[in-house]
Design a protein around this ligand. Structure first.
Ligand SMILES: Cc1ncc(C[n+]2csc(CCOP(=O)(O)OP(=O)(O)O)c2C)c(N)n1
Ligand SMILES: [Mg+2]
Length: 1051
């Protein structure tokens, strides 16, 4: 044990340093145990353990180099020590000793022989310090040498230290502490930071090391010493180190075996029945199933009633079958290639979600389990799961996450490779996004497709990302089922105690290729040779239990064959099915929402004047205790001008939005607005949270104080993430249809860092998973000379993904508008008035179904004096205007109008002004297309017909290859000519059916207005094509705008 002595010598060579220690610790009645509780690891450890001794050493080095570089207290300490005096003497403590704390003097009996007549020798102190440092080393670094890999290759180059191995602990642990054989049988007092002694306060060194090795270097490797809280570190130490902590009874062992049998049996059943089907089997990590069940059992025991899960492909079917207990025959029908009996285009079987409510037989409590459907895009579902979980907690009033929790499963390569994991982790402790702790389980099969960890990550572990949120990480060898169950119990208890994230990293292998058809020997020959010679976890565990006498070989066989029989019976009933139903795979059923509703009847969106006045006044008023609440002068002015607008019965953008929110809140609809800086609004127009100017954190939210019985309003600034936060809000919107959930981008173009959520979930979620969402995306959009970025929300992309057919003019009827909305995948709009904004937001809730709304929102229009709406446009008899027809003099003599300009968004105001400037009101009509998709064919048709002598133009400020042009052009043609040769998605399903029954496909409908088509086309007015959304030069921007307006006004 040279480490402490070396330190002593280092500090002056004459033992002054240790002399000080002796003096301090020899004072009777003074505890040497730690009583500090600072929130940093170093400060919260006993003096001179591994890290604090390093700290002292660092300080000393710094002091040697320059005494002024350390704090004055250290300077004085080192000066005194160097001069042979006492560095520091703490005052005697009269405080009672803490749990597991012992007086320094209690060393003495244990050290008989090593001390001379009650005097503690310098060597004894040194040795105790070294032992303490070693204990801490095991706690901090034991995982480095733990036997985690069932194949024994992952850490093959590391020293192992299992106790039956001869020799001393490996260098990874002890580092510079050298243990001598003589020391092994000496007894050492245990510090308060270890629980290995149980009731013993001291142990022989040999036993100390044995216990530490068994705890930290066997099949569990735990990383937790970076956690800032001493309480949390001790919690983990206690649960791992306490003698007997890992022991379990025979019944529990049999339960693990039974679950492992099912998990293994399920995969082998599928392999036998559908040998060439991809299923991304769990072989090599079958323990995942008992592990998840253990987490769920323990969590339900601790009060959880609902669990929302997200997971990738690996083992998904097994999880649905054996964790969620989804009826097996439903799973098996997925292999039969049957047609769906309901709407939607469906998804592959290993992406589908599910929702189950059932009794947990172990805890005898009811539990709801949902696995959220996900795309192939690994980890993208993480924030969605979190949002859904948060919403469920919110609606249940589960403010601490005691009833609802999430479990996220990950593959090793994806967990460390995908940035969304980090983005999601960072939501975990934010007030309006936390789900109060997630249990992450990694199926760490040490490979990602064909790439091994040496090439797929730079971190030591695939789980390192979790360290950023101080989550404990339990690495565990999948071949030791009991260790796996132990960490599962700990994870569930951890989450229930601290409501923080925790990671279980199941180190396992993948017995087959990436899928069942892949050949793994092409790329990992050595690994797979090893795998071929490795028995399954089930075989190994069964052998162990037979050896232990817990089960007999017959019992093992019996459990196996019983499960086989269950699978065979389920397959028999699956064979009788003729159709699959996508609805069986719904992860978020909205029970009651659709019942009794006419799917084509929307509610109204206008409201009473009283309501507008009331909301307007509240929104424009300071807090009720205004005298005490100091408001910024600028805000006072804003409130005042708002009040003036209310008195004048008019709204600007912010007020129109507030009217929509407020009136929905009044009707009991929860509204949630989330995104970067949404509370104030990027453009400082919203101000939904007023800040007390002299008291920190004192705020007032007018929209939360409209009516005593209103629904809750949440407005929350998010982390600087789009992928994570948009995914989160999408998940939030999935839980309850009776809520308006809105994500706002700081500038519209930032939505592209969330592209995966847009493409994979929002645009296609309903088609793939029959899941609806009324999520609103607010995307500030418009070319205002701010440069290439901050200009375009990439409207063209949303339009390109709209599923309405450009060649199909739906039948005209009273239900035209709502039917279009019903049939499309989402709504894309660019409103020009606060009144229309008000209606379109309210329409989200008035619809009898839910559709995502992609809304381009303004920047300069927020303050444009003409972008105002009278209350009259929001009253009961009003509604959302899909187009706003021209209302100028041109519309009064339409026969004389020479040109109709159709446009969308803010460019309308530029065009209007250009028309005024050029005095062309009699010649040019300007019509605004407010809802671009689904395209208002009926209204466009009648608007064109209204101006029979006018040429038709589409004007846009976006470049020609961007903005709505490509979307609207063919649709204008259809509006003018009627449908062309086309079958709709719905009909195409029928069409296929007819084809297979040898019937003729439907002939295309006849064009309705052939004559018009021959004479009228729509021309383009706008910027030319460009690679970038906008110029970086203000002058160039203005030049382009002026050209655009000249072209538009040309007759
Ligand atoms: C975002 C994304 N990129 C690439 C892929 C293609 N892909 C599918 S599985 C896979 C390997 C995943 O490895 P890992 O996360 O370790 O899971 P495992 O398959 O080993 O269980 C890859 C690259 C994908 N699905 N998603
Ligand atoms: Mg993997």
């Amino acid at each position: 044990m040279y480490r402490a002595r070396a330190l002593v010598n280092y500090f002056g060579g004459q033992g002054q340093f240790a002399g000080w220690l002796l003096t301090k610790n020899a004072v009777p009645g003074i505890s040497c145990a730690s009583t500090r509780n600072y929130n940093v690891p170093v400060a919260s450890e006993p003096f001179l353990n591994g890290s604090s001794s390093q700290y002292v050493e660092d300080m000393y080095n710094a002091w040697l180099a320059d005494p002024a570089s350390v704090h004055a207290s250290w300077d004085s300490f080192f000066r005194n020590s160097a001069a042979g005096g006492v560095g520091y003497q703490s005052p005697p403590s009269l405080a009672p000793l803490g749990k597991n704390e012992v007086l320094a003097t209690s060393f003495l009996p244990a050290l008989a022989g090593a001390t001379g007549g009650g005097h503690v020798s310098e060597k004894v102190i040194d040795d105790h310090l070294a032992v303490q440092a070693i204990i801490r080393s095991y706690q901090a670094r034991g995982h480095l040498v733990a036997q985690l890999d069932p194949l024994g290759i992952m850490y093959g180059d590391r020293t192992t230290t299992i106790t039956d191995r001869k020799g001393s602990p490996p260098d990874e642990i002890t580092r510079q502490h050298k243990l001598e054989d003589d020391d092994m049988d000496r007894t050492f007092k245990l510090p308060s930071t270890t629980f290995i002694g149980g009731k013993e306060k001291q142990l022989p060194l040999r036993e100390i090391l044995r216990r530490l090795e068994l705890t930290y270097c066997r099949h569990i490797g735990v990383e937790f010493m970076f956690i800032n809280s001493l309480e949390q570190c001790n919690w983990i130490r206690q649960r791992l180190e306490t003698p007997g902590a890992m022991e379990i009874g025979a019944d529990e062992k049999r339960l693990i075996l039974a679950r492992l049998t099912r998990a293994t049996g399920f995969e082998s059943f599928l392999a036998r029945k559908w040998s060439s089907e991809k299923r991304f089997g769990l072989e090599g990590c079958e323990i995942l199933i008992p592990a998840m069940k253990q987490v769920i059992d323990k969590s339900t025991e601790l009060g959880v009633e609902s669990i929302v899960m997200g997971m990738p492909h690996r083992g998904r079917l097994n999880v649905l079958a054996n964790v969620c207990r989804k009826p097996l025959h439903q799973l098996f029908t997925q292999f039969a290639g049957l047609e769906a009996a309901d709407d939607g285009s469906g998804d592959v079987k290993y992406h589908l979600g599910t929702y189950i409510e059932r009794l947990n037989r172990v805890t005898n409590k009811n539990i709801r389990l949902a696995v959220v459907a996900n795309p192939s895009h690994l980890e993208a579902v993480d924030p969605v799961v979190q949002g859904k979980t948060r919403a469920e907690q919110f609606y249940r009033g589960d403010g601490e996450g005691k009833k609802v929790m999430s479990i996220l499963l990950h593959g090793d390569a994806a967990f460390c490779g995908q940035g969304i994991v980090f983005e999601t982790m960072h939501l975990s402790d934010l007030p309006d996004y936390t789900t109060h702790g997630t249990i992450h389980i990694v199926v760490n099969n040490q490979i990602g497709f064909t790439t091994d960890p040496r090439h797929s990550r730079s971190s030591s572990y695939c789980t390192d990302v979790a360290r950023v949120v101080n989550a404990p990480i339990f690495h565990v060898n999948s071949d030791d089922p009991e260790s796996v169950m132990h960490v599962c119990n700990m994870a569930a208890e951890w989450r229930s105690t601290f409501h923080k994230d925790v990671v279980i990293d199941i180190v396992c292998y993948r017995r087959n290729g990436h899928n069942e058809i892949d050949e793994p020997m092409f790329t990992q020959p050595l690994m797979y040779r090893k795998i071929r010679n490795t028995k399954s976890a089930l075989e190994k565990y069964a052998e162990n239990l037979i050896k232990e006498g817990v089960v007999t070989p017959d019992e093992v066989k019996d459990v196996k064959s019983k499960y086989e029989k269950i699978c065979e019976d389920a397959l028999d009933s699956a064979r009788k099915e003729t159709h699959i139903k996508y609805k069986d795979w719904l992860d978020s059923p909205w029970s009651g929402f659709f019942e009794g509703k006419d799917p084509l009847k929307a509610g109204t969106t206008g409201v009473k004047e009283d309501t507008l006045v009331h909301i307007g006044k509240r929104f424009s008023s300071p807090p009720p205790n205004a005298a005490e609440f100091v408001i910024h002068k600028g805000i006072e002015r804003i409130l005042k001008s708002r009040m003036e607008m209310v008195e004048a019965r008019t709204c600007d953008w912010a007020l129109g939005e507030a009217m929509a929110f407020g009136s929905l809140l009044k009707e009991g609809i929860h509204v949630r607005l989330s995104g970067q800086d949404v509370e104030r609004g990027t453009f400082s127009h919203r101000h939904h949270v007023l800040h007390h100017q002299t008291v920190d954190k004192a705020t007032y939210r007018p929209l939360c104080n409209l009516y005593p019985d209103q629904a809750p309003y949440t407005v929350c600034n998010s982390s600087l993430s789009e992928f994570g936060v948009l995914g989160f809000e999408l998940g939030y919107s999935m839980t309850n249809p009776n809520a308006l959930v809105i994500w706002e981008a700081q500038f519209g173009d930032f939505n592209n860092t969330a592209q995966c959520i847009i493409d994979q979930f929002i645009s296609s979620g309903q088609a793939k998973w029959v899941r609806q969402s009324g999520l609103v995306m607010l995307l500030p959009h418009g070319l205002e000379g701010m440069g290439p970025e901050h200009s375009s929300a990439r409207l063209e992309r949303f339009l390109q993904m709209s599923s309405d057919d450009p060649d199909y003019f739906p039948p005209e009827s009273d239900e035209f508008a709502v039917r279009q909305l019903h049939d499309i995948n989402w709504i894309v709009a660019n409103c020009t008035t606060p009144g229309n904004l008000f209606h379109i937001l309210r329409r989200q809730i008035a619809l009898p179904f839910r559709k995502p709304l992609i809304l381009m929102t303004p920047k300069s229009l927020l303050r444009h004096p003409e972008a105002r709406s009278s209350f009259d446009e929001m009253l009961e008899n009003t509604e959302f205007q899909r187009i706003i027809p021209d209302s100028s003099v041109a519309s009064q003599s339409p026969q004389n109008v020479k040109k109709v300009i159709f446009c969308s968004g803010k460019v309308y105001y530029d065009l209007k002004k250009a028309r005024e400037d050029r005095k062309l009101e009699n010649d040019i009509a300007i019509t605004r297309v407010e809802q671009i998709s689904p395209f208002p064919y009926d209204l466009i048709k009648s608007e064109c017909a209204k101006y029979p002598n006018a040429q038709l133009s589409w004007a846009q400020e976006e470049h020609k290859n961007q903005g709505p042009w490509f979307y609207v052009q063919p649709r204008f043609e259809t509006a003018l000519t009627g449908s062309r040769d086309v079958v709709t998605e719905k009909e195409s399903r029928g069409w296929f059916a007819k084809l297979f029954s040898n019937k003729e496909p439907k002939p295309p409908p006849k064009p309705e207005t052939e004559t018009l088509a021959e004479t009228r086309v729509v021309s383009y007015v706008g910027r030319p094509t460009a690679a970038s959304p906008a110029t970086g030069s203000k002058a160039q921007h203005l030049k382009e705008l002026s050209h655009l307006l000249d072209d538009a006004m040309a007759l």
